[in-house]
Ligand binder design. Structure first.
Ligand SMILES: [Zn+2]
Length: 457
């Protein structure tokens, strides 16, 4: 007797054999996948189990967003009346750093809540977030954790340490991660895990990077850092250290399998070699890279060299199907090669490779016996061509959007049913987010910290 059968459907397993099954069913019990077999067989043996018929649907592992900033949600739609930024550095100086300074605990909670709602409804069952806000440091990860857990998805949460204002600011950021990691380590089973985050090598000293490395290892936690996102990172390291970004991080002993480098746009071959040699992970953020006009990451080269590359949204568009489509397209255009990257490689980034980045590949990221049942069912609103094991992956990349996600399970618990969130009042979450955003925008209009103004629409 098992708790749940998901029968039929086209099951895109993302296992090492790349199996895509038809006429099969999944049995789920105690939060895990306990059987995968022919539908007739499982139905006969588990005739009393609750059953979901997925005929005409895609059944696949929940999506993983490998790099996010949940508070990015609060700027969506904001009209900026600032002197237009002409490069990435000015985008940080004129938009994001003033926003960071204006953020408060209410914003952290509200944005984490609605971002989690949007993630859940569009099939994301795990994400990694780094929060940045020099005026809301101690205890902020508890607020974010509370919001995420009320929606019920899996997460890695961090405060982004930076020494942009002072050395002390950097240490206070690390301290918040330590406090949160200690709290999480006392819990028996938690869907929330601690992550350590460093903003980027151009806003931190060698000492802080070493300190984070040492501290995160104490908690066996992963570490993430923005790396060579814009040219400013590369130029800073060349000017001040005579090294390229990845060379400096390597010389500091930061690189390794527990480290996730976000972006990695401006790399040369030697840097890709260093990343590959040290089994360091990379979170690719194609939509954010396009938005900020920073360039295109050499993802094909990294995949060829067996670097684990996951997919992130960097706090921009939360629908990971859109992010997958962007990854699928950007490398074709950039290399003028229609074979630059295939659908399956992109899907791997948003599932099993994302799980691997965070050391979770034995638990989630694919549909295999023994793994936690983080599973989504997709019922496309419009399906112009047949769905089968041959076409499913191409449909995921070319047809499906987040609002085609019908059901979502995290560790066997259903959190989205018939496209409706079961765990939190979605309307209430929107109201909380809109109130926080309006207040944030009002504060930004009068803030002395910012260089220019952000105007509400
Ligand atoms: Zn980022």
């Amino acid at each position: 007797m098992v708790e749940l059968l998901i029968k039929n459907g086209v099951i895109v397993t993302m296992d090492s054999k790349r199996r895509i099954l038809e006429g099969h069913s999944l049995a789920i019990d105690g939060g895990r996948i306990v059987e995968i077999g022919r539908t007739e067989d499982l139905q006969r043996r588990h005739s009393n189990a609750e059953c979901i018929d997925a005929t005409g649907q895609i059944v696949m592992p929940g999506l993983v967003c490998s790099h996010s900033h949940l508070y990015g949600m609060l700027l969506r739609g904001a009209t900026l009346s600032i002197a237009p930024p002409s490069d990435f550095t000015q985008i940080l100086q004129r938009i994001w750093w003033p926003v960071d300074e204006a953020l408060n605990y209410e914003d952290a909670y509200a944005s984490a809540l609605l971002s989690s709602v949007e993630f859940a409804k569009s099939g994301v069952t795990m994400f990694a977030d780094t929060y940045s806000g020099p005026n809301s440091i101690p205890g902020v990860l508890d607020k974010i954790c509370m919001a995420v857990e009320s929606v019920g998805i899996r997460s890695f949460l961090a405060f982004e340490s930076t020494e942009r204002h002072s050395k002390d600011e950097g240490l206070r950021g690390v301290q918040e991660n330590v406090r949160f990691a200690e709290m999480i380590s006392k819990k028996n089973e938690s869907k929330t895990k601690a992550l350590f985050s460093i903003h980027a090598s151009f806003t931190v000293s060698d000492e802080l990077i070493r300190e984070v490395k040492k501290t995160a290892e104490r908690f066996h936690s992963p570490i993430t850092i923005h790396a060579s996102e814009g040219l400013v990172d590369l130029h800073h390291n060349m000017e001040n250290y005579g090294k390229r970004t990845i060379e400096r991080l390597s010389d500091l002993g930061l690189l390794g399998p527990n480290v996730i480098l976000a972006h990695c746009v401006h790399l040369n071959s030697k840097e890709v070699d260093l990343i590959a040699k040290t089994n360091t992970g990379v979170a690719h953020n194609p939509m954010s890279n396009m938005l900020n006009a920073v360039g295109v990451s050499p993802v094909q080269q990294m995949i060829t060299q067996n670097v684990t590359v996951g997919l992130g949204n960097d706090g921009y568009i939360f629908d990971m199907f859109e992010n997958m489509r962007a990854a699928f397209l950007i490398h074709r255009l950039n290399s003028r090669d229609p074979n630059a990257i295939d659908s399956y490689s992109v899907l791997e980034m948003a599932t099993i490779k994302g799980a691997k980045l965070y050391g979770m590949e034995k638990e989630v990221g694919s549909i295999e016996i023994g793994k936690k049942a983080d599973i989504i069912l997709i019922k496309p609103n419009i399906l112009p061509t047949p769905l089968s094991s041959d076409t499913a992956v191409n449909h995921i990349i070319n047809t499906v959007d987040g609002d085609d996600v019908e059901h979502v399970f995290v560790e066997g618990k259903q959190i989205v049913k018939d496209k409706q969130l079961l765990t939190f009042d979605e309307q209430r979450a929107q109201e909380i987010s809109q109130t926080a955003a309006a207040n944030l925008w009002a504060r930004l209009r009068t803030s002395t910290a910012q260089i220019d103004r952000i105007q509400t629409p």
